[in-house]
Design a protein around this ligand. Structure first.
Ligand SMILES: NC(=O)c1ccc[n+]([C@@H]2O[C@H](COP(=O)([O-])OP(=O)(O)OC[C@H]3O[C@@H](n4cnc5c(N)ncnc54)[C@H](OP(=O)(O)O)[C@@H]3O)[C@@H](O)[C@H]2O)c1
Length: 282
Protein backbone atom coordinates (compact mmCIF):
# COMPACT_ATOMS: atom_id res chain seq x y z
CA UNK A 1 0.00 0.00 0.00
CA UNK A 2 1.34 3.47 -0.80
CA UNK A 3 1.66 6.62 1.30
CA UNK A 4 -2.08 6.78 2.02
CA UNK A 5 -1.68 3.85 4.41
CA UNK A 6 -0.19 6.40 6.84
CA UNK A 7 -3.05 8.84 6.42
CA UNK A 8 -5.35 9.65 9.29
CA UNK A 9 -8.87 8.41 8.66
CA UNK A 10 -12.03 9.77 10.30
CA UNK A 11 -15.02 7.46 10.55
CA UNK A 12 -18.23 9.27 11.51
CA UNK A 13 -21.17 7.18 12.70
CA UNK A 14 -20.53 4.21 14.99
CA UNK A 15 -23.79 2.39 14.29
CA UNK A 16 -24.08 -1.22 13.17
CA UNK A 17 -21.90 -0.75 10.11
CA UNK A 18 -19.59 2.19 10.91
CA UNK A 19 -18.36 0.61 14.15
CA UNK A 20 -17.43 -2.61 12.38
CA UNK A 21 -15.72 -0.79 9.51
CA UNK A 22 -13.71 1.29 12.00
CA UNK A 23 -12.72 -1.93 13.81
CA UNK A 24 -11.51 -3.43 10.53
CA UNK A 25 -9.53 -0.29 9.66
CA UNK A 26 -7.91 -0.47 13.10
CA UNK A 27 -7.12 -4.16 12.62
CA UNK A 28 -5.39 -3.19 9.37
CA UNK A 29 -3.24 -0.77 11.43
CA UNK A 30 -4.74 2.36 9.95
CA UNK A 31 -4.65 5.59 11.92
CA UNK A 32 -8.36 5.91 12.79
CA UNK A 33 -10.38 8.50 14.65
CA UNK A 34 -14.06 7.92 15.20
CA UNK A 35 -17.03 9.93 16.32
CA UNK A 36 -20.56 9.04 17.26
CA UNK A 37 -23.41 11.26 18.44
CA UNK A 38 -23.99 8.94 21.39
CA UNK A 39 -20.57 8.31 22.95
CA UNK A 40 -19.43 4.70 22.50
CA UNK A 41 -16.45 4.68 24.84
CA UNK A 42 -14.03 3.69 22.07
CA UNK A 43 -10.29 4.32 22.46
CA UNK A 44 -10.29 5.96 19.01
CA UNK A 45 -13.42 8.02 19.84
CA UNK A 46 -13.32 11.83 19.70
CA UNK A 47 -15.64 14.30 21.41
CA UNK A 48 -16.87 15.98 18.22
CA UNK A 49 -17.03 15.15 14.54
CA UNK A 50 -14.77 18.14 13.88
CA UNK A 51 -12.18 16.71 16.31
CA UNK A 52 -12.19 13.42 14.40
CA UNK A 53 -11.84 15.21 11.08
CA UNK A 54 -9.04 17.56 12.12
CA UNK A 55 -5.86 16.24 10.47
CA UNK A 56 -7.73 13.46 8.64
CA UNK A 57 -7.09 13.02 4.91
CA UNK A 58 -9.96 10.57 4.43
CA UNK A 59 -13.42 10.95 5.97
CA UNK A 60 -15.99 8.19 5.95
CA UNK A 61 -19.67 8.82 6.70
CA UNK A 62 -21.69 5.83 7.98
CA UNK A 63 -24.62 7.96 9.16
CA UNK A 64 -28.31 7.19 9.09
CA UNK A 65 -29.72 9.59 6.52
CA UNK A 66 -29.33 12.68 4.37
CA UNK A 67 -30.43 15.18 7.00
CA UNK A 68 -27.76 13.91 9.39
CA UNK A 69 -25.08 13.90 6.66
CA UNK A 70 -25.84 17.55 5.84
CA UNK A 71 -25.76 18.55 9.53
CA UNK A 72 -22.49 16.74 10.15
CA UNK A 73 -20.95 18.15 6.98
CA UNK A 74 -21.75 21.68 8.19
CA UNK A 75 -20.21 20.91 11.59
CA UNK A 76 -16.93 19.64 10.09
CA UNK A 77 -16.59 22.23 7.32
CA UNK A 78 -14.17 24.45 9.28
CA UNK A 79 -11.98 21.38 10.03
CA UNK A 80 -11.67 20.18 6.45
CA UNK A 81 -8.36 21.94 5.54
CA UNK A 82 -6.23 18.80 5.44
CA UNK A 83 -8.98 16.55 4.13
CA UNK A 84 -8.68 15.17 0.63
CA UNK A 85 -11.83 13.11 0.28
CA UNK A 86 -15.22 12.52 1.86
CA UNK A 87 -16.51 9.02 1.17
CA UNK A 88 -20.22 8.88 1.95
CA UNK A 89 -21.28 5.30 2.63
CA UNK A 90 -24.63 6.25 4.16
CA UNK A 91 -27.71 5.61 2.02
CA UNK A 92 -29.11 9.07 1.41
CA UNK A 93 -31.53 10.77 -0.98
CA UNK A 94 -30.17 11.77 -4.38
CA UNK A 95 -30.47 15.49 -3.57
CA UNK A 96 -28.20 15.09 -0.54
CA UNK A 97 -25.61 13.16 -2.56
CA UNK A 98 -25.49 15.95 -5.16
CA UNK A 99 -25.40 18.59 -2.39
CA UNK A 100 -22.49 16.86 -0.63
CA UNK A 101 -20.56 16.66 -3.90
CA UNK A 102 -21.09 20.36 -4.53
CA UNK A 103 -20.13 21.35 -0.98
CA UNK A 104 -16.99 19.19 -1.09
CA UNK A 105 -15.98 20.89 -4.32
CA UNK A 106 -16.42 24.30 -2.69
CA UNK A 107 -14.38 23.11 0.31
CA UNK A 108 -11.60 21.87 -2.01
CA UNK A 109 -11.88 18.15 -1.32
CA UNK A 110 -12.98 15.19 -3.41
CA UNK A 111 -16.22 13.29 -2.90
CA UNK A 112 -17.22 9.70 -3.53
CA UNK A 113 -20.85 8.57 -3.56
CA UNK A 114 -20.24 5.20 -1.96
CA UNK A 115 -23.26 3.29 -0.62
CA UNK A 116 -22.87 -0.43 -0.04
CA UNK A 117 -24.66 -3.69 0.35
CA UNK A 118 -23.90 -6.24 3.06
CA UNK A 119 -25.19 -6.15 6.56
CA UNK A 120 -23.93 -6.59 10.13
CA UNK A 121 -22.17 -9.91 9.48
CA UNK A 122 -20.57 -8.83 6.19
CA UNK A 123 -19.41 -5.56 7.77
CA UNK A 124 -17.83 -7.51 10.64
CA UNK A 125 -15.94 -9.64 8.14
CA UNK A 126 -14.83 -6.67 6.01
CA UNK A 127 -16.93 -7.98 3.13
CA UNK A 128 -19.16 -5.11 2.09
CA UNK A 129 -19.89 -4.51 -1.59
CA UNK A 130 -19.53 -0.82 -2.42
CA UNK A 131 -21.29 0.87 -5.33
CA UNK A 132 -19.24 3.92 -6.22
CA UNK A 133 -20.27 7.04 -8.08
CA UNK A 134 -17.64 9.64 -8.89
CA UNK A 135 -14.27 10.22 -10.48
CA UNK A 136 -12.58 6.85 -11.05
CA UNK A 137 -9.11 8.33 -10.56
CA UNK A 138 -10.20 9.38 -7.05
CA UNK A 139 -11.64 5.92 -6.45
CA UNK A 140 -8.42 4.30 -7.69
CA UNK A 141 -6.36 6.48 -5.35
CA UNK A 142 -8.35 5.40 -2.28
CA UNK A 143 -9.25 1.89 -3.44
CA UNK A 144 -6.77 0.16 -1.09
CA UNK A 145 -8.42 1.83 1.89
CA UNK A 146 -11.93 0.89 0.76
CA UNK A 147 -10.77 -2.69 0.15
CA UNK A 148 -10.10 -3.10 3.87
CA UNK A 149 -13.86 -3.14 4.49
CA UNK A 150 -14.92 -4.59 1.12
CA UNK A 151 -15.12 -7.80 -0.80
CA UNK A 152 -16.08 -5.97 -3.99
CA UNK A 153 -16.04 -2.42 -5.31
CA UNK A 154 -18.30 -1.70 -8.28
CA UNK A 155 -17.93 1.64 -10.11
CA UNK A 156 -21.37 2.87 -11.15
CA UNK A 157 -20.64 6.09 -13.02
CA UNK A 158 -21.00 9.68 -11.97
CA UNK A 159 -21.83 10.98 -8.50
CA UNK A 160 -25.49 10.15 -7.81
CA UNK A 161 -25.59 7.00 -9.93
CA UNK A 162 -24.49 4.79 -7.02
CA UNK A 163 -27.14 6.39 -4.80
CA UNK A 164 -29.86 5.61 -7.35
CA UNK A 165 -28.65 2.01 -7.76
CA UNK A 166 -28.49 1.48 -4.01
CA UNK A 167 -32.03 2.78 -3.51
CA UNK A 168 -33.30 0.72 -6.46
CA UNK A 169 -31.77 -2.47 -5.06
CA UNK A 170 -33.08 -1.85 -1.55
CA UNK A 171 -36.65 -1.74 -2.71
CA UNK A 172 -36.15 -5.30 -3.99
CA UNK A 173 -35.04 -6.34 -0.48
CA UNK A 174 -37.97 -4.58 1.20
CA UNK A 175 -40.49 -6.04 -1.24
CA UNK A 176 -38.95 -9.51 -0.90
CA UNK A 177 -39.27 -9.47 2.88
CA UNK A 178 -42.86 -8.25 2.55
CA UNK A 179 -43.51 -11.23 0.25
CA UNK A 180 -41.76 -13.61 2.70
CA UNK A 181 -43.96 -12.24 5.50
CA UNK A 182 -47.14 -12.83 3.50
CA UNK A 183 -45.98 -16.29 2.47
CA UNK A 184 -45.12 -17.30 6.05
CA UNK A 185 -48.39 -15.90 7.39
CA UNK A 186 -50.51 -17.76 4.80
CA UNK A 187 -48.65 -21.06 5.15
CA UNK A 188 -48.73 -21.14 8.95
CA UNK A 189 -52.38 -20.00 9.03
CA UNK A 190 -53.11 -23.16 7.04
CA UNK A 191 -51.21 -25.38 9.45
CA UNK A 192 -47.97 -25.74 7.47
CA UNK A 193 -44.93 -25.86 9.81
CA UNK A 194 -42.52 -23.04 9.01
CA UNK A 195 -39.61 -25.45 8.40
CA UNK A 196 -41.59 -27.04 5.54
CA UNK A 197 -42.05 -23.63 3.92
CA UNK A 198 -38.35 -22.80 4.47
CA UNK A 199 -37.20 -25.99 2.74
CA UNK A 200 -39.71 -25.43 -0.08
CA UNK A 201 -38.44 -21.90 -0.67
CA UNK A 202 -34.78 -22.95 -0.56
CA UNK A 203 -35.41 -25.40 -3.41
CA UNK A 204 -37.54 -22.95 -5.37
CA UNK A 205 -36.42 -20.41 -7.97
CA UNK A 206 -37.95 -17.73 -5.71
CA UNK A 207 -35.35 -18.54 -3.02
CA UNK A 208 -32.46 -16.14 -2.57
CA UNK A 209 -29.58 -15.25 -0.28
CA UNK A 210 -31.98 -12.82 1.39
CA UNK A 211 -34.72 -15.42 1.88
CA UNK A 212 -32.23 -17.91 3.34
CA UNK A 213 -30.97 -15.23 5.74
CA UNK A 214 -34.35 -13.89 6.83
CA UNK A 215 -36.97 -16.64 6.65
CA UNK A 216 -35.54 -18.88 9.45
CA UNK A 217 -35.16 -15.99 11.90
CA UNK A 218 -38.58 -14.59 10.99
CA UNK A 219 -40.13 -17.99 11.62
CA UNK A 220 -38.61 -17.85 15.14
CA UNK A 221 -39.81 -14.29 15.77
CA UNK A 222 -36.14 -13.24 16.01
CA UNK A 223 -35.78 -9.64 14.83
CA UNK A 224 -32.24 -8.94 16.05
CA UNK A 225 -31.23 -5.88 14.08
CA UNK A 226 -28.91 -6.28 11.11
CA UNK A 227 -30.58 -3.52 9.11
CA UNK A 228 -33.27 -1.58 10.90
CA UNK A 229 -36.88 -1.23 9.82
CA UNK A 230 -36.61 2.58 10.18
CA UNK A 231 -33.60 2.66 7.82
CA UNK A 232 -35.42 0.45 5.32
CA UNK A 233 -38.46 2.74 5.49
CA UNK A 234 -36.17 5.72 4.82
CA UNK A 235 -34.81 3.96 1.71
CA UNK A 236 -38.29 2.99 0.51
CA UNK A 237 -39.29 6.65 0.78
CA UNK A 238 -36.20 7.64 -1.22
CA UNK A 239 -37.28 5.10 -3.84
CA UNK A 240 -40.80 6.54 -3.93
CA UNK A 241 -39.38 10.00 -4.40
CA UNK A 242 -37.14 8.85 -7.28
CA UNK A 243 -40.16 7.14 -8.86
CA UNK A 244 -42.33 10.23 -8.50
CA UNK A 245 -39.62 12.42 -10.04
CA UNK A 246 -39.55 10.05 -13.01
CA UNK A 247 -43.36 10.05 -13.33
CA UNK A 248 -43.57 6.39 -12.31
CA UNK A 249 -46.17 4.61 -10.20
CA UNK A 250 -44.59 1.91 -7.98
CA UNK A 251 -47.44 0.26 -6.05
CA UNK A 252 -45.33 -2.60 -4.65
CA UNK A 253 -42.89 -0.49 -2.70
CA UNK A 254 -45.66 2.01 -1.88
CA UNK A 255 -47.61 -0.72 -0.08
CA UNK A 256 -44.54 -2.03 1.72
CA UNK A 257 -43.59 1.51 2.79
CA UNK A 258 -47.08 2.03 4.25
CA UNK A 259 -46.80 -1.18 6.27
CA UNK A 260 -43.28 -0.23 7.47
CA UNK A 261 -44.54 3.21 8.51
CA UNK A 262 -47.35 1.66 10.55
CA UNK A 263 -44.94 -0.70 12.31
CA UNK A 264 -42.48 2.13 13.01
CA UNK A 265 -45.36 4.19 14.44
CA UNK A 266 -46.05 1.28 16.79
CA UNK A 267 -42.44 1.33 18.02
CA UNK A 268 -40.74 -1.38 15.93
CA UNK A 269 -38.41 0.95 13.98
CA UNK A 270 -35.18 -0.16 15.61
CA UNK A 271 -35.91 -3.87 15.04
CA UNK A 272 -34.59 -5.62 11.95
CA UNK A 273 -36.63 -4.89 8.82
CA UNK A 274 -37.73 -8.54 8.85
CA UNK A 275 -40.05 -7.37 11.64
CA UNK A 276 -42.33 -6.68 8.67
CA UNK A 277 -43.79 -10.02 9.74
CA UNK A 278 -45.21 -8.28 12.83
CA UNK A 279 -48.01 -6.95 10.60
CA UNK A 280 -49.53 -10.43 11.01
CA UNK A 281 -48.99 -10.65 14.77
CA UNK A 282 -51.91 -9.84 17.04
N1 LIG B 1 -27.12 -2.18 8.41
C1 LIG B 1 -27.16 -2.54 7.14
O1 LIG B 1 -27.33 -3.71 6.84
C2 LIG B 1 -26.97 -1.52 6.02
C3 LIG B 1 -26.81 -2.03 4.72
C4 LIG B 1 -26.67 -1.14 3.67
C5 LIG B 1 -26.70 0.23 3.91
N2 LIG B 1 -26.86 0.69 5.18
C6 LIG B 1 -26.88 2.16 5.39
O2 LIG B 1 -25.68 2.54 6.04
C7 LIG B 1 -25.95 3.62 6.95
C8 LIG B 1 -25.58 3.18 8.36
O3 LIG B 1 -26.34 2.03 8.65
P1 LIG B 1 -26.34 1.34 10.10
O4 LIG B 1 -27.10 0.07 9.96
O5 LIG B 1 -24.98 1.36 10.67
O6 LIG B 1 -27.27 2.38 10.86
P2 LIG B 1 -27.48 2.58 12.42
O7 LIG B 1 -26.98 1.41 13.20
O8 LIG B 1 -28.88 3.01 12.55
O9 LIG B 1 -26.50 3.82 12.75
C9 LIG B 1 -26.84 5.12 12.35
C10 LIG B 1 -25.75 6.07 12.77
O10 LIG B 1 -26.21 7.41 12.49
C11 LIG B 1 -26.10 8.16 13.70
N3 LIG B 1 -27.11 9.19 13.80
C12 LIG B 1 -28.46 9.05 13.72
N4 LIG B 1 -29.07 10.25 13.85
C13 LIG B 1 -28.08 11.17 14.03
C14 LIG B 1 -28.08 12.57 14.22
N5 LIG B 1 -29.21 13.29 14.24
N6 LIG B 1 -26.87 13.18 14.38
C15 LIG B 1 -25.72 12.46 14.35
N7 LIG B 1 -25.66 11.12 14.15
C16 LIG B 1 -26.84 10.49 14.00
C17 LIG B 1 -26.26 7.16 14.82
O11 LIG B 1 -25.75 7.69 16.01
P3 LIG B 1 -26.39 7.28 17.43
O12 LIG B 1 -25.69 6.02 17.83
O13 LIG B 1 -26.09 8.43 18.32
O14 LIG B 1 -27.87 7.07 17.21
C18 LIG B 1 -25.42 6.02 14.26
O15 LIG B 1 -24.05 6.26 14.41
C19 LIG B 1 -27.45 3.95 6.78
O16 LIG B 1 -27.59 4.96 5.85
C20 LIG B 1 -28.03 2.64 6.24
O17 LIG B 1 -29.21 2.88 5.48
C21 LIG B 1 -26.98 -0.16 6.25
Amino acid sequence: MDRISNSQIAVLGMGIIGSRCADNLNTANMNVRTWNRTPKNRTDGMDTAADAVTGSEIIFFYLNNGVTCREIFESIKPALQESKVIINCSTVDLETTLWLAQECKKAGCHFLDCPFTGSKVAAGRGELVYYVGGDETVLDHYRTILEITAKEIIPMGKVGDATVVKIATNLISASTVQALSESLAIATAHGIPSDKLISAVSGNACGSVLSSMKLPTMANGDYETHFSLENMLKDANFGLSLAENAGLKTPGIQTTATVMQELCDKGSGTLDFSALLQQFEA
